[in-house]
Ligand binder design. Sequence first.
Ligand SMILES: [Zn+2]
Length: 303
Amino acid sequence: LNWNEHNYPINYCDSQEYWVDISEDTPYPGLDCESGPVRQLSMTIFVYRDNDGVEWLINETSIDTGIELINSVYSPYGIAFVLDEIIWVDEAYPELEDGFGDQISLSELGDGFIEGYNQSNVNIVMQSTGWGAYSMFPWYTREYYFSTVRASTFATSYVPSHELGHFLGLYHTHQFHDDPNSDSDLAQAFTWTQDWITPTEQCYRTGDFICSTPYDCYIWCEEVINCTANAYESDRPDQEPSEFANCTLEQHNPSRTNLMSRYGDRSEISFDQGARARYFIQYMSENKREGNLLQYSEMEIDY
Ligand SMILES: [Zn+2]
């Protein structure tokens, strides 16, 4: 390691460089930095009782373990989550009525959620089994931004980190996969790109707007690149066999471990996804959205 006169490694960036500055060549902040000041985001976590109204859906130990897992994904990119408050909503979590994977509505979450909601924090709702986990992109204007996760696997699953990825502005790796040779998908994603620059590199203008993630058409490759993806057989054994030949690795070799994919091994984000998440943390901290303004505390790393 090389050290400068401030006893930091040479490519330790300051707050402006790591969190704010962007250009056509470096469309997300800190792409040239190895590290920089850490921003800590506070979490408000809502815990209801089970569907029968008896046991709490999760205890404090499992919440702490789950937050540690989330931090293991994000801390290499200067992003840290810390528990601010647990809101114990002394009511049964709503029973799932329509079917597996449904999204819960604000009205079903009730007054306990509305009253405990924190406009400066990252709000997480612990759910009973069966409900779909989901989150909200930062660029759609709404009154309540929250992420829902399954309580029973919060301590061990990467799905909560995935949902927080959406909260921090990360798309799925298969976003805008329809046209692999597209010159720009910025027009399709106009709600946030209006405030952005036009990146020099094509891979920052298309798909998931991330260069380090390979092209991913997930289960829709047949219509787009005329082959059937490996994902079909290994990840979806229940699918009908395809008329198309299997995609070669040259045609389709997505990252199976990327957190923002839909593959089973998703568990990590890349340096430029980390930089994009920093961009949207900065965005949420300086743009008031229906009263929401994300707060953070910034800490220098003590080497
Ligand atoms: Zn997702």
